[in-house]
Design a protein around this ligand. Structure first.
Ligand code: S3P
Length: 430
């Protein structure tokens, strides 16, 4: 089992990073949405990480032709979706499995979606149930709750569905189903989750309308969509590890270049600002979404209480917990039960690791409380969760920390360790 050790940082820094991994959510969507067109989609800066390469492979098994040159990808969609002779392997990705469920539910054929041991434990009924209620033939272990998931494509009814979960994965799955349904559909979520699907599909010509009552109106497609022509921006969730590194290293500054500034994705930076860090957003362009740089400068950090817009923070809370662990006072995270069903149970894994680092921390059913203090040298576990692994490697910049089982980093940010080694001494071992 591989591990990484990080030694305490010895110097303050001022740096620009333009090698942050490309956005994972947008890359998955590029692969899947290209199947809704009849033209060649052209994607620059596609994320070269395990999760998103798995999605490209699935799109290929469904009949698309893929041409790849480095990070540049051309996807020629098939005339008709092909019934693949293999299981569609989503690896570690909840986004892939859930979006493909919504997409494939209405296509003729039999499809089986599966993933790794962590994905196989994550809840799928949140997508399977609403899809089944409109006529989809979907099954899986535990009455459709767990992968492997089988789908026999069927004609779907239009729907009016109100989700109690603010989840972009559930929303996107239902939008994809609605685009191929018999009638107009309506979807509402409890709080707005990341909205890449709405922005990208609208840009491709889909008729999606956000109504005043909070429902998204989804018109079925009557012709193929326009192809995508997009440069994927950097992933603000990946960039956030280095934002925290700068925020907790006295007299330091980092610029995360060319990232999406979509408000549903930069809330963690806003929280860091609320905690006292100096954070500046510099918008440069708008292609499907606002894109630009984020500049973070260290300042004394104070504790914070977080109880809203949790879906905008769901991927960054592990890294934010490192900032909380060195901030002045007690930080509180509430209403964050969804953290329990991510790549790991992030409430429990963050709490266990912080305890190993000597931080006073209390686990709650829907979050945690962290009393800021001094992070101590420790050996911690990734629990197979890439974001937990990278968060605690950033914590290692305060003292020496070793994170075990770091293979998972490859799922979203393969060059993370290389970038980190430009800031602190890093040792990789088996
Ligand atoms: C994602 C949505 C989020 C997020 C995940 C990516 C997406 O999950 O945690 O990393 O691309 O739609 P939920 O929508 O289930 O909260």
């Amino acid at each position: 089992m591989s591990y990484i050790e990080v030694k305490a940082i010895t110097q303050s820094f001022e740096r620009e990073i333009d090698a942050i991994a490309s956005d994972k959510s947008i890359s998955h969507r590029c692969a899947i949405f290209s199947l809704l067109s009849d033209e060649v989609s052209h994607i620059k800066n596609y994320l070269q990480a395990e999760d998103t390469l798995n999605s490209l492979n699935i799109v290929k098994l469904l009949g698309a032709k893929i041409k790849r040159e480095g990070k540049e990808v051309w996807i020629t969609p098939p005339k008709e979706i092909v019934e693949p002779p293999f299981i569609l392997d989503c690896g570690n990705s909840g986004t892939a499995i859930r979006l493909f469920m919504g997409f494939l539910a209405s296509y003729k054929g039999f499809f089986v979606l599966h993933g790794d041991e962590y994905l196989a434990k994550r809840p799928m009924r949140r997508v399977a149930d609403p899809l089944r209620s409109i006529g989809a033939n979907i099954d899986g272990r535990k009455n459709g709750e767990l992968a492997p998931i089988s789908i026999r494509g069927a004609k779907l009814d239009g729907f009016r569905y109100e989700s109690s979960i603010a989840s972009a994965q559930v929303k996107s799955a239902m939008i994809l189903a609605g685009l191929n349904a018999k009638k107009t559909s309506f979807y509402k979520e409890s709080e707005l989750s990341r909205d890449h699907s709405e922005r990208m599909l609208t840009g491709m010509g889909a008729k999606l309308k956000m109504q005043e009552d909070g429902f998204i109106k989804i018109e079925p497609l009557n012709s193929p969509l326009k192809a995508l022509d997009i440069t994927v921006p950097s992933d603000p969730s990946s960039g956030f590890f280095f934002a925290v590194l700068a925020a907790i290293t006295p007299n330091s500054k980092v610029t995360i270049k060319n990232t999406t500034l979509n408000p549903t994705r930069v809330e963690a930076y806003e929280i860091l600002k609320q905690m006292g860090a100096d954070v500046e957003f510099v918008q440069k362009e708008n292609i499907y979404e606002p894109i630009g740089d984020i500049v973070i400068r260290a300042k004394e950090l104070n504790a914070v209480t977080i109880s809203e817009n949790i879906s905008w923070l769901i991927d960054e809370l592990p890294a934010l917990s490192i900032a909380m662990a060195v901030a002045d006072g007690k930080s509180i995270v509430k209403n964050a039960k969804e953290l329990r069903v991510k790549e790991s149970d992030r409430i429990s894994t963050v709490v266990q690791n912080l305890q190993k680092c000597g931080i006073e921390v209390y686990e709650r059913e829907d979050g945690y409380e962290i009393v800021g203090g001094e992070i101590k040298s420790a050996v911690v576990d990734s629990y197979g969760d890439h974001r937990v692994a990278m968060s605690f490697l950033i914590a290692g910049s305060r003292c020496n920390i070793r994170v075990e089982d770091v293979e998972c980093i490859k799922t979203s940010f393969p060059n993370f360790t290389k970038i980190l080694s430009e800031f602190c001494e890093v040792k990789v071992g088996d």
